[in-house]
Design a protein around this ligand. Structure first.
Ligand code: GRF
Length: 226
């Protein structure tokens, strides 16, 4: 679902969040299921001062032994395990939303979170959920996007950070980074090079969102008129 659909006349969403100048940092809620390299890249950007208007409020994993979760714990971040296996999506999502609210999260960042979100979850954080996907959307949504792109034979691919709506890999695009597919690539080397771009793209996208300088018009995420 695109909340404003495709209608160019749709009202502009004010998505300024409170990290803009002089305000407290935007509190991020990171959701992950596995390796956690995108989470680590975001954490490193905050540590290095590249995201001065953001802080990590909580790292939530639906998988108890996710390596990314272990790294978050090592870093002394606040973490929470909410196991999804065997639970109804709506019930699990309600617990995740409650945890995000309890931690006063402003912006949810899906970082390798291998779950589709229920409509209730999406509605709880309107235009406040980001996802990263390893292709240039709308091409190759879904699983194994890098392999899909490689097998299709595209010559350029990359990654996309977008707002989450109720359709898979679909919401307004915040940042894309493109790379060429090299003659020497296989699906594995291509995925590795895309991942490097993902780590840059997520920081760039969060910076853009917390700047308050962009707005959603229809499904476009564009610089706001000053
Ligand atoms: C990344 O390729 C991301 O684009 C996709 O899942 C993968 C997660 O990797 N959504 P990591 O856990 O952040 O290392």
């Amino acid at each position: 679902m695109s909340p404003e659909g495709e209608d160019p006349e749709a009202p502009t969403m004010d998505i300024k969040v409170k990290g803009a100048e002089g305000r407290p940092p935007v509190r991020l809620g990171l959701l992950l299921s596995g390796r956690g390299s995108n989470f680590l890249a975001i954490a490193e950007s905050i540590r290095a001062g590249r995201l001065p208007s953001a802080e990590i409020a909580v790292v939530i994993s639906n998988v108890a032994d996710a390596p990314g979760l272990a790294k978050a714990r090592e870093m002394g971040l606040h973490t929470k395990v909410l196991v999804s296996r065997g639970r109804k999506r709506e019930e699990h999502d309600a617990d995740v939303v409650a945890c995000l609210r309890a931690n006063r999260v402003d912006l949810v960042c899906l970082a390798g979170y291998m779950r589709l979100l229920s409509s209730q979850f999406v509605a709880a954080f309107p235009h406040r959920i980001l996802n990263i996907h390893p292709s240039l959307l709308p091409a190759f949504p879904g699983l194994d996007a890098q392999e899909q792109a490689f097998n299709y034979g595209v010559k350029i691919t990359g990654c996309t950070v977008h707002f989450v709506d109720e359709e898979l890999d679909h919401g307004a695009i915040v940042v894309q980074r493109a790379i060429p597919v090299l003659d020497t690539d296989d699906a594995h080397s291509l995925a590795a090079r895309i991942l490097k771009e993902e780590h840059l793209a997520y920081t760039e996208a969060i910076a853009r969102v917390v700047s308050g300088e962009y707005e959603i018009r229809g499904r476009l995420y564009v610089k706001a008129a000053s």
